[in-house]
Design a protein around this ligand. Sequence first.
Ligand code: COD
Ligand code: ZN
Ligand code: ZN
Length: 379
Amino acid sequence: METTGKVIKCKAAVLWETGKPFSIEEVEVPPPRAHEIRVKIVATGICRSDEHAVHGLMSGIKYPAILGHEGAGIVESVGEEVTGVKPGDKVIPLFMPQCGKCVCCHNPKTNLCLKNIIGVPQAEDEKIKFTCKGKLINRMADISTFSEYTILDETTFTKIDDNAPLDRVCLIGCGFSTGYGSAVNTAKVQPGSTCAVFGLGGVGLSVVIGCKVAGATRIIAVDINKTKFAKAKELGATDCLNPQDYDQPIQKVLADMTNGGVDYSFECIGRIDSMVAALESSHPGFGTCVIIGVAPSIDKISFDPLLMLTGRTLKGSLFGGFKSKDSVPKLVSDYMAKKFKLDELVTHTLPFSKINEGFELLRAGESSAKLLEEDTATA
Ligand code: COD
Ligand code: ZN
Ligand code: ZN
């Protein structure tokens, strides 16, 4: 390719300061080094964590930064020693890496990778891949998908089916897998079971999809925004509850509806009070509660230990428990084989240049997942 080995100048959404809108800027993206590839991002979703990062609420991000972590693209060029992928291949960037070498990667019980949770010491300039107006620009989760081109380390991408529609499967890069996997992997929802899903954003709706695929017969969706209920029902929810419609706590309402509690509950809001409500709504003896949302780190969860002593299980789930590099290609194939719904999660499609409007939609609670298609390349 004519750009191989050269610095590419392209558009990216730069967040110069927290709390400010993005600026579409021309940035420079260097050629990939050993063990890296350079990718043209074709589509990216906007996830709630990007919004947290806009407001400086995600630890580990320095500013100015290029955010975005739910994308899909096409390999432009590959660095030395990269195997298994070539220019033109389709890939999904992975915000949860899979190095394949650490003690967690070798353990089938977890999808964490020590490269992600502890952080392999890296020189600051090793982490910085973009420049703009002579300044170094930081990245999000080492992948930064709000750019026409981005650099990915070999542990942070996976090759997917050549025929995959990138404007749909980008959601497998975060929100869909996070929710779906929480049901099918982390909770291991059983056929005939009863589930409660707290929060019906893109993640909660993906939990609903996972519960349905796993064969749950009752899926109770809980949200304070009633406009989310139609989509939840379309995807498999059997009942929809707005806690504001009841005088009693929602966990009491759920217990009354389900003969003492649900088999599986999922917290997809990121609030301490709903985490406790989700735990309390799981049935004593055999109920499992999965926490997916992240609350601000100063918040601490507190609940009656008897909830645990009486046999409930409390679990957490990141990226749905999927080992990223291994699982994402399979999820893409399953989508293409129509094993689950995904298209329904896309509520808006906007050109990349309208990224600030996309975030306004997210803030207004109007959409469950947004999609941005990049403008034509300027490289
Ligand atoms: N009771 C019921 N529903 C509520 C309440 C409440 N008190 N407050 C808000 N809600 C509803 C909203 O109306 C909305 O429908 C839904 O909860 C939240 O949806 P979104 O669209 O804001 O969020 P999602 O689905 O994109 O993400 C939800 C998470 C909780 C997963 C997310 O915010 C989060 O915490 N992410 C970090 C955890 C994680 O796994 N991250 C992986 C990388 S992103
Ligand atoms: Zn995300
Ligand atoms: Zn690892």
